[in-house]
Every structure is written in structure tokens, then in C-alpha cells.
Design a protein around this ligand. Structure first.
Ligand SMILES: *[C@@H]1O[C@H](CO)[C@@H](O)[C@H](O)[C@H]1NC(C)=O
Ligand SMILES: *[C@@H]1O[C@H](CO)[C@@H](O)[C@H](O)[C@H]1NC(C)=O
Ligand SMILES: *[C@@H]1O[C@H](CO)[C@@H](O)[C@H](O)[C@H]1NC(C)=O
Ligand SMILES: *[C@@H]1O[C@H](CO)[C@@H](O)[C@H](O)[C@H]1NC(C)=O
Length: 701
């Protein structure tokens, strides 16, 4: 499409809807008006011939017969290219005068041709001239063979010219490439991408000056986490211009460009030497223009791992390894000193390591070392804790536990201290895992001041027999004794009805009472009853193994009114004549006058030998055969003159002996024939025979 039609096309588009002009024809015919009849007088006619661009017009006359005259003065056909006259014709093939084109075609230098036909008013000859007829045809121009234009702009193509139909193309020899002007060639840059960790590059043709007009781009792009160093060789030459502001890279330069940074243009005769680029990507743009001379440059590049800042010191901790420089992919670890823990963002962590990242930053912030603390010491049941030294339960703080004296003592002794250790545990100076308060047994806060030798017993002063228990079993009274914070010991027969153990809901337990009327709503129920498995006494004739334990629902907190009695010591002895203490809310008085006492009574009675006791039984049996047998699991206490004894209602109550000032449970009030009579003794369960069973039962329940 021609240039002019483009303009029209464009104008049309903006103004109206219309069709693009058709391409000019490749050939055609032109003739004078009325041909082959004679042409008219006084004619002025013009033909404008066009063929597509890139073509010439070849005009060939098939016939030309125009009135001949010198210089074709009267009638003529002029052929013009623009304003340039290519020929002015008249006459015919046979006439000697005039100017006839003959058989030679006329070639237009371009793609247009103008024909002007003009005639005058008279025709002197009889002969009537018929005018002309011609054919034209588009001829491809061989632009490549055209002579260089005279304006000095150089050849059409600087290296290779290829003629095409209607046009031409420029091309370059191997190693050159076509510049953007589409006609000149430049040495091609061996540019491109460099991604190896090391490399060499140089300007085209180095060290010879390259042809003019070089524009080369090189990209060095290595793995992130590395930086690039450019090491220019000494031979460096890029044209520079000296201006008032100093040397400037105006026409030739090597531009070093890093993303997001101002690029630098290099020129001059001095090698920049070593350049560190703080990036893993650098672009080099080498530019020269059509004048001047630069012999270029050459460089080796290398890469280094990115550096991370040297980590600072950590108070109470250590960074390992300690190096003078840290690079991409290096790891560091942090350890805290003994007694310190690693904290980051307020959280404790097990361990810490961080890596130097490709951006030159550590991927995690350094942690802190904080003093370890063991947390609040566990509260101690029936005791407390005291700080001896240290701060906020931190490492090496020292604490001491104590128990509520005189009712408890600390396992391991009162002076055991616990230290907060590096593993965050309070640990004792001796081998105790956890502090425990052990109840003190058999040591009442008040003592019965003297032993009475009076018949019938006496009221026990407050807090002198704090292990005494009053039981109410289906309304019947019984006795018992506290032996541990959850355990009461009593006689088996107190909890039996026939061969059945009573339901535990029928058992009420009163502790710390000195008088039955005191507070009868202050009782507790048992959680379980444990009668000795070998107690079989359906007919009240066999009191062997008359022992039972009651487990409480909640542990007792001991105080002066409620304290446990000790269990028999190892190798406990029941020496005849030794005075024991028996107590209970049972009956007082003689056989004739039994009064159920509401006050806690006690008696001091001596142990009697099995022989004496057995003998008294034998004499009694003569009257009745219903007297139970005395076994080795029993012992007797009492005085031959009678009048002092434990009786009904005292059953299950304690008979205690003392050793080293401690009361221990030697017996459980079991049975007797006719309380308080002469030569009659009370019979007690020999507790020392049951220590293993007691401990086992308490452990297993
Ligand atoms: C730079 O190259 C020169 C040789 O051209 C060499 O001697 C020098 O060690 C190189 N410098 C570095 C840092 O590689
Ligand atoms: C326990 O500590 C107290 C005071 O700290 C001291 O007087 C006593 O002797 C210590 N007892 C023992 C057995 O170390
Ligand atoms: C009796 O015991 C109950 C339960 O322990 C208690 O709430 C009450 O205050 C006591 N009354 C007297 C008078 O001690
Ligand atoms: C007492 O023991 C004797 C002989 O050891 C025996 O025959 C008698 O049955 C026993 N009495 C009772 C009530 O168990």
C-alpha cells in the first residue's frame, strides 16, 4: 500500500467509513483519445501512471503517429518522471523528421510516470495522424545494483544487499549483526548470561578497537547468597571527553548497573581494577557511537558468599562457633550458662540455632539467656516453706520446709534444705525426693500428771489421750484409736453383728472428744471397714484376732485434741507388771451399779501373765462353759483385788504402754468376764502380733 493511501486511509477512518485505495496495477494500456481514429485539435491531456512501490514502470509504444515538427513543436507526447522529462515524441516510425521512440521501451526511475499529450489547432497535412498507443508494466528495481547515492550517506547496505521483488534487504557477514537502522552491521557482542561462579568477558574484538556503534549487554547472574567481584585487566580504554566538569563518558561507556542502585558509567584509560558488587546480579552495557575510538576492556569475575553481621555477645550465654566473619549458609548456636535458659520472644526454647541467609541477615534474632527458675515450691501439707536465700525461685535459691510442730515432723529432719538446680528442680541436700510431713505419734501435748491407784478410773483431762475415738455402731458405743491420718483401729467384734460386718453407714466416728455431750454432730463416716479375715466369732465364744481397721473418707489434720498413737515398736515387749493406760467412754461402777459414762475415763492397769490370767479363767469355767479361750493373740491386764477394769462400751478402745516417752498401742479392749470383779482380768488384743497386717491393710487400701 502506498504512502498516500495510508494517509487517506487514516483520515477516512477518523471522518467517515470508506474503502482503502486498491493497489496500483502491475500493468496497463494508455492511448490517445479516439485511437485509432485521428486525434482532435487543441488537446491538452495528461495520464498519470502508477505501479506499486519498489517497482519501475517500463513503457512500450505499440504505435506512435503524431504530426512531426522540429522539436515536436506543434503536437507532442511528453513522458516525464516527476518534473524530469524523459522524452518528447512526435512523427511516426517512417518519418525522417520528428522524434520517434522507436522500439525502445522507456524506463521510469521510479514507480510513476506522467504522459502529456498536446496538439495545436491546425493540421497542414492531408494525412490524418492517429496519435499513440502504449503498454506499461511494473518492473522490479534492483536496488542493490544501484550506484551509491551521491549525498555521501554510504552504500544502501553496509555489507550484503539482497534484492527482493519490489524491495531489498540488508544482511551481515558472520560475526556481525544488523543495527537498528537496518542497513549497517556491527560486530556482534558475545554477550549474554553468565551464571557460573567464575568467568571472563571482554568487549567485542578486544584488544583491537571494534567497529563503531557497539551496543552490547552482558548479564552476570549467580545464585542468590553470593556477591560478584569484577577484576578489570590493566588494558582498559574507553573514549572519554574532557569537559569543564572533568572527564565524562559522553559517547562511549561501559555502564555497570545493579538493580535498585544508581548505575556507574566507566570510561578513560585507567583500569577500574577490582570492583565489588553488592549483589548477585550485575548488568554491563557497552556502548560506542559512530565516531571516536575505544579499544575496549576485559575482566575476570568471581563470586563470594554473602556476609552476615558478626553476632553480638549474649549476657550469660555463648555463641558458637566464634568466627571473625560469617557467610551465607553458616550456622551459629547459642548456649546459655549453667543455671540459665534460652528465651526468645518471651518463650522458653530447648535450643537455638540460626542460619546466615542469602540476604546477609540471620534468619532468627539472637535469643536471651534468663536465669532458670524452679517455680513456686510445692506447698507442703501440714507444713510450710521458708526462703533462706535467692530471688524469685531462681537458680540456686535455697528453701527450707517445715512441718506444723509438734504434730508433724519433716521426713529427713527439720534442717533439710532444697536448692533450685539447673534442671529446674528443687533438690534436697540429702536424698529426699519430696518433702513430707509425718504425723508425730503417741506424744500428747498434755500429760496425766500422776498415776492414780484408785478404783474405777478417773476423768481424763483434755488432750491427754488425743487418739481416743468414740464409735457409735447402730447406736451402740464402742471405742477406737487413731493410728494414722486416715486410719482408726478398733476391735473386730465392735463392727460385727453375727458373722456380718455392719454397713459402714451405720458407723459414726467421733474424735477429739472428752465428753460425749460436747458436740454430737461432729462425726465422720468411714469410707471402708477392714475386719481381720481370721476373726470368726458368731457366738461370742472366740475372740481370737479381735482387731479391725476403719478407713476415713478424708485425712485428719492433727492438733492437740486429735493425734495418733504409735504402733507397737519392733520387738515390743509385754512385761508382766508393767502399767498400761486404758481409756474409754464405757461403763463405770461395779457389777451392781453400771453407769454409762459421758466423760472420757482412764485407768492404769498392770499387765498380768498369761498363766495367771489363764488360771483365773479356768476357775471361772467351773461355773459356766461359755468362757472364751485365751490365745497368744491376747494379753490380760488388771489387779487381783478387782474394781478396776475395762468394760462394755470400752470395747475397741486403746490400752497403751510407753517407750521413750511415747505411747504405743499395745492392746485393744476385747473382752472380759464380769468387769472389775476380784481375780478377773480384762483381755486385750495383742496388737504387736498384727503390725504386719495393719501396715499391709493400710498400704493396700
Ligand atoms: C585481579 O587480576 C589480577 C590479574 O589480572 C590478579 O593478579 C589479581 O590477583 C586479581 N585480583 C583478585 C582479587 O582476584
Ligand atoms: C537445725 O538448724 C538450727 C538452726 O538453723 C540449728 O540450731 C540446729 O542445730 C540444726 N540441727 C541440725 C540437726 O543440724
Ligand atoms: C459441732 O460440730 C459441727 C461440725 O464439726 C460444727 O459445725 C459446730 O460448730 C460444732 N458445735 C459446737 C458447739 O462445737
Ligand atoms: C477352748 O480350747 C479347748 C482346747 O484347746 C477346746 O476344746 C474348746 O473348744 C475351746 N473353746 C472354745 C470356746 O473355743
Amino acid at each position: 500500500m502506498g504512502w498516500s493511501s495510508c494517509i487517506i486511509w487514516f483520515l477516512c477512518l477518523s471522518v467517515c467509513e470508506c474503502w482503502p485505495l486498491p493497489d496500483p496495477p502491475m500493468h496497463g494500456e494508455v492511448h490517445s483519445p479516439g485511437y485509432p481514429r485521428p486525434y482532435p485539435h487543441n488537446l491538452q491531456q495528461q495520464w498519470d501512471l502508477h505501479v506499486p512501490e519498489g517497482y519501475q514502470i517500463r513503457l512500450t509504444f505499440t504505435h506512435l503517429d503524431i504530426e512531426a515538427s522540429a522539436d515536436c513543436y506543434y503536437d507532442s507526447l511528453s513522458v516525464l518522471y516527476g518534473e524530469k522529462l524523459l522524452g518528447k515524441f512526435c512523427g511516426n516510425e517512417n518519418s525522417a523528421d520528428g522524434h520517434h521512440p522507436g522500439n525502445h521501451p522507456i524506463l521510469s526511475p521510479g514507480n510513476s510516470l506522467k504522459l502529456k499529450f498536446q496538439t495545436d489547432g491546425n493540421n497542414p497535412e492531408r494525412h490524418q495522424n492517429v496519435g499513440f498507443s502504449a503498454q506499461y508494466q511494473a518492473i522490479d528495481i534492483d536496488e542493490c545494483s544501484a550506484a551509491e547515492p551521491e549525498d555521501g550517506s554510504g552504500p544502501l547496505c553496509s555489507q550484503i544487499c539482497l534484492n527482493t521483488l519490489g524491495s531489498y534487504l540488508c544482511s551481515c557477514h558472520h560475526g556481525y549483526e544488523l543495527r537498528s537502522d537496518q542497513r549497517s552491521c556491527v560486530l556482534s557482542c558475545s554477550g549474554g548470561l553468565f551464571d557460573e561462579p567464575k568467568g571472563h568477558l571482554s568487549s567485542p574484538g578486544y584488544p583491537s578497537p571494534p567497529p563503531h556503534g557497539v551496543s552490547c549487554q552482558y548479564v552476570i547472574a549467580v545464585e542468590s547468597g553470593f556477591t560478584i567481584s569484577l577484576n578489570f585487566t590493566d588494558k582498559f580504554n574507553i573514549e572519554s571527553v574532557h569537559t569543564e566538569e572533568g572527564r565524562q563518558c559522553l559517547h562511549h561507556w561501559l555502564e555497570v548497573a545493579i538493580a535498585e542502585e544508581k548505575s556507574i558509567k566507566l570510561c578513560g584509560d585507567e583500569s577500574p581494577g577490582l570492583m565489588h558488587i553488592n549483589s548477585n546480579v550485575v548488568r554491563l552495557n557497552y556502548h560506542t557511537d559512530d565516531a571516536g575510538q575505544s579499544s575496549g576492556w576485559s575482566l575476570d569475575y568471581s563470586t563470594q558468599r554473602v556476609k552476615c553481621p558478626v553476632p553480638g555477645n549474649i549476657a550469660n550465654g555463648r555463641v558458637t562457633p566464634r568466627l571473625t566473619e560469617y557467610f551465607y549458609r553458616d550456622y551459629i548456636y547459642v548456649r546459655c550458662d549453667q543455671g540459665y535458659k534460652i528465651m526468645t520472644g518471651g518463650q522458653e526454647i530447648d535450643s537455638f540455632s540460626t542460619m546466615c541467609q542469602s540476604n546477609g541477615q540471620w534468619h532468627l534474632k539472637l535469643p536471651e539467656c534468663h536465669l532458670i527458675d524452679c517455680g513456686e515450691p510445692e506447698p507442703l501439707l501440714n507444713g510450710g516453706v521458708t526462703f533462706l536465700s535467692g530471688y524469685q525461685n531462681q537458680y540456686l535459691s535455697v528453701i527450707q520446709y517445715h512441718c506444723n510442730e509438734p504434730f508433724y515432723f519433716l521426713l529427713g529432719g527439720a534442717n533439710v534444705t532444697f536448692t533450685c538446680e539447673a534442671d529446674r528442680v528443687w533438690r534436697s541436700s540429702i536424698d529426699i525426693v519430696s518433702p513430707t510431713c509425718i504425723p508425730v505419734c503417741g506424744q500428747p501435748t498434755k500429760h496425766i500428771s500422776y498415776y492414780q491407784r484408785i478404783i474405777g478410773g478417773s476423768d481424763a483431762p483434755d488432750d491427754t489421750i488425743p487418739w481416743q475415738v468414740l464409735l457409735s455402731v447402730s447406736g451402740d458405743r464402742g471405742g477406737g484409736m487413731v493410728i494414722a491420718d486416715r486410719w482408726i483401729m478398733t476391735a473386730a467384734h465392735v463392727l460385727m453383728r453375727g458373722s456380718q460386718v455392719v454397713p459402714s453407714s451405720t458407723v459414726r466416728i467421733y474424735m477429739g472428744l472428752n465428753e460425749v455431750t460436747e458436740n454430737l454432730s461432729a462425726y465422720v463416716f468411714p469410707s471402708s471397714l477392714h475386719v481381720h479375715p481370721e476373726y470368726h466369732n458368731p457366738r461370742h465364744t472366740d475372740f481370737n484376732n479381735d482387731i479391725a481397721l476403719i478407713k476415713l473418707q478424708d485425712p485428719i489434720t492433727f492438733h492437740s485434741s486429735i493425734m495418733p498413737v504409735c504402733l507397737p515398736p519392733e520387738g515390743a515387749e509385754y512385761e508382766t507388771g508393767v502399767i498400761g493406760l486404758v481409756s474409754g467412754f464405757g461403763t463405770t461402777g461395779t457389777i451392781n451399779k453400771r453407769i454409762l459414762t459421758n466423760k472420757l475415763k482412764y485407768l492404769n492397769l498392770p499387765l498380768v501373765s498369761q498363766q495367771t490370767c489363764s488360771a483365773s479363767m479356768t476357775s471361772l469355767r467351773r461355773g459356766t462353759s461359755e468362757i472364751p479361750n485365751l490365745t497368744d493373740n491376747m494379753f490380760c491386764a488388771g489387779i487381783p483385788e478387782g474394781g478396776k477394769d475395762s468394760c462394755q462400751g470400752d470395747s475397741g478402745g486403746p490400752f497403751t504402754l510407753t517407750e521413750n516417752g511415747r505411747f504405743w498401742a499395745a492392746g485393744i479392749v476385747s473382752w472380759g468376764a464380769n468387769c472389775g470383779m476380784k481375780d478377773r482380768y480384762g483381755v486385750y488384743t495383742r496388737v504387736a502380733n498384727y503390725v504386719n497386717w495393719i501396715k499391709k491393710t493400710m498400704q493396700e487400701n
